[in-house]
Design a protein around this ligand. Sequence first.
Ligand SMILES: [Fe+2]
Length: 178
Amino acid sequence: MLRPTLLEIFEHPKTQKYIQRSGVVHAIASSYHAFKLAHQIGVDPVLACKAALLHDIGHYTWYRDGEWDYEQYKANDIHAIKGAERAHKILIELGESRESAKEISLAILLHTDSYLPQGSLHLSPLQKVVKLADEADEEPNGMHHYRKISLEKAVEQVKNLDEKLLTTQHQKTFQQTS
Ligand SMILES: [Fe+2]
């Protein structure tokens, strides 16, 4: 069962509010990367796509005198913590199971170690997929957060990914029953 779909998650008012700050294009591109990586690494593509779509919704921009202040951002950023919490709330509101909501949130929490004291994280395969999906779409100087897309185009791309996930699920069900 795919519900909530990526489109339902994408169109939730809170998602729309937060996803603009870090860029819709980056969110959707990461979700597509997660779809591919999930198959390569062997994790649930539905969880991976949802986590990748929402992975940066904890971001807010750091400006000083109208200019992006990277130093200030680096020192104070906790976007993964905020994003995990926001995503959990959105998913539960949309009827996601508590188990899946937790898995998705944890993958968002751990998609970067930028806010953690030094030390290496031991990531689960799902958490690794979301981290790699994010990195696959990154551009120097955070430019991946600034690419633009129309809402119509974004909805079309999210719907297309929902279709791919559904097809994958049907194939899996068919393999299990044949
Ligand atoms: Fe990101």
